[in-house]
Every structure is written in C-alpha cells, then in structure tokens.
Design a binder for this molecule. Structure first.
Ligand code: 13P
Length: 340
C-alpha cells in the first residue's frame, strides 16, 4: 500500500500529468488509417515509440498509459517498452479493462469488462514493469440515462479493479467517464458526473480501497458537444471543482481526460481549474488533446518523426505550464514555485 501511495504522488507530481497512449488495437488502427497510415502492429509500435521518445517528455509527463499490445513490444533498439520508458524517467502504465460492452438488461448502456483473471494479469504486468493501471467506465447522457443500474454496475467494476490493483502493488487510475455526446447543458453533466462519482466512492469504500493510493480520472463538467454555445473555462472549472468537492482530502489526485475537446480548450479549462484551492492536485491525463496533433504532424512519414514529437511536446508543455500555476501564484500564494 505504501508504494501505491508513493507512485500515486509521483503521477500527480507538481507540474506534471499523464499521457494516455493506450488506445485499443481497434481504436488505434482506425486513427492511423484516418491519418493515412496502414494499421499494422509495427506502425502502432512506431507511433508509440515516437510519443515515448519525445525529447524532454519527462519534464512534463509523469507517466504514459499503454495498451497490452504495446507493453509487449520493444523499441526499435530491442528494449521492452516498459523498461525503456522507465529509463527515460517516465512511469509506464497499462490499460487493463477489456472495453465497454453492452450491459445485459440495460438497453443503450455499457458496462466495462475485464475482471475475469484480472489478478493474474496484474501480476504479469507488474513483472513486465507496469507501475500503474487504468480502467475506464463510460456513461452516456440522455433524458433518461444513465440508469442507476449502469452507474452501480460500472462503479462496482471500477472498485473491484482498484482493489485488485492495490493488492498487486499497482496504482489504479479510476476513470468514470461521462461522455460529451449530446446536446445537454452543463448542469445536466454536473448532475450525472456527481451521481457517477457518488456510486464510485461508495463502492471503493465497500472494498476498502485506499484513496491515497489511487488517481481519479474524471471528465470535466462541460456542456454536450451539440449544445448551443461554448461554456467559458471559468464556468467549466467552477462546475467541475464543485462536483469534485465531494471527494475526501486523502485522494491522491485528479487527472482529467480530455473527452474529445479541442486541445487548446482542454488546456484553457485545465488552467482555469488551478484558480480553485483544492486538497488534491488537478492535472491532466489527456489522450486525444495531446496525441492528435502529433499523429497529424507525423502521419507515418519517417522523415516527420521530429515534427510529430514537436507537436506532442508543445501540447504536453502547455498543459504542464497550466498545472504548474497551481504550485505558484494560486495555491502557494507566492510566485515561488514549489517542487518545480
Ligand atoms: P481522451 O483524453 O482522448 O478523452 O482520452 C483519455 C483516456 O484515457 C480515455 O480513456
């Protein structure tokens, strides 16, 4: 448990966030194809190596989340991903859920699977070198959904996953995502996000999960993608922090997903969060908001690896700069940086 607390602290260390590069084979393949890159294991490997070897990444990223396929691959020089990333100063993580699947009994909703055999898989991932893990539950917003059954089922699975991780000495990133799909206003997202978090807190408590040894990965509280108008960063931050206040002080930290927001908007919202004094750090664990520009710049061309890395470095540095502010003027109350 002690080491989980330490690793969780490292993941949310001042001025750092987590890079989510753990797209499933299917999702990664379709993103590569859209960028004009053939979807082969080798191209997925090349892309992940490009991300992981971005110069200076360790200054702004505490960890990288990979999918199972990547963790079993090697850099071009033959060193296994987990070991290679670790030696670059970044903690390797692993997505251990097997995806959101239609939930029997709940039409239109999903439950995230992957609990069968999880303890054995975690032991193997620990052996390979994974320091932390991720499990993502997904909720849609409609007038009637999510149902209480979907909230409860996903929260229970997240808690069982988190307890298994801590037993294996791996830090669980607990991700109850409420999707941006739909035309709902921000208040509806706040209501659903609060309900999802309440269910997760209850289930984590029932299984004795140590909150100081987990990182919460929530969506920002934000209007639906099809809602008219764009909520200001200040309002997104206020609504998000208000929902998060229900979490106890001992929670190690909060690392947001980007959820399909344009990269610059995700950064502006993250920066606005830092104006709020909270007992836990508020940082990023973005996927698309970090890697989309890199994939677009590289698009499979070996001559453009540097351009892809520059695009990633720019986004990671912008988000790290945003969260660094919390340790300077906003929280510490002084322009002298703490731990950065
Ligand atoms: P996005 O930031 O693209 O939402 O991805 C984060 C993630 O890890 C989703 O599980």
């Amino acid at each position: 448990m002690g080491s989980c607390r330490q690793i969780a602290q490292q993941l949310v260390a001042p001025g750092k966030g987590v890079l989510a590069a753990d797209e499933s084979i299917a999702t990664m393949s379709s993103r590569l194809e859209k960028a004009g890159v053939e979807a082969t294991p080798e191209n997925r490997r090349r892309y992940r190596e490009l991300l992981a070897t971005t110069p200076g990444l360790a200054d702004s990223a505490s960890g990288i989340i990979f999918a199972d396929e990547t963790l079993r691959q090697t850099f071009a020089d033959g060193s296994p991903f987990a070991r290679a990333v670790h030696s670059l100063g970044v903690l390797p993580g692993i997505k251990v859920d097997t995806g959101a699947k239609p939930c029997p009994g709940l039409p239109g909703e999903t439950v995230t699977e992957g609990l069968d055999g999880l303890s054995a898989r975690l032991a193997e991932y620990a052996e390979i070198g994974a320091a932390f893990a991720k499990w993502r539950a997904v909720h849609v917003i409609t007038d009637a959904l999510p149902s209480a059954g979907a909230l409860r089922s996903n929260a229970n699975a997240l808690a069982r996953y988190a307890a298994a991780c801590q037993e294996a000495g791996i830090v669980p990133i607990v991700e109850p995502e409420v999707l941006m799909d739909g035309a709902h206003p921000i208040d509806r997202c706040a209501e659903v996000t609060a309900a999802a978090h309440a269910a997760v807190r209850e289930e984590l408590a029932l299984l004795g999960v140590d909150l100081a040894g987990i990182v919460l990965k929530p969506n920002m509280v934000i209007e639906g993608r099809d809602h008219a108008g764009t909520t200001s960063p200040e309002r997104v931050a206020e609504a998000t922090v208000e929902v998060l206040r229900a979490w106890p002080d001992e929670l190690a930290g909060v690392a947001f997903l980007s959820g399909g927001q344009p990269p610059e908007r995700a950064t502006a919202n993250l920066e606005a969060m830092q104006h709020h004094r909270t007992p836990w750090p508020l940082t990023f664990s973005f996927g698309r908001a970090l890697v989309d520009p890199a994939l677009a710049a590289w698009h499979g061309d070996p001559a453009l690896v540097g351009a892809g890395q520059a695009a990633l470095a720019e986004r990671v540095a912008a988000n790290a700069a945003a969260v660094r502010r919390s340790h300077t003027e906003f929280v510490a109350g002084t322009p002298t940086a703490v731990g950065v």
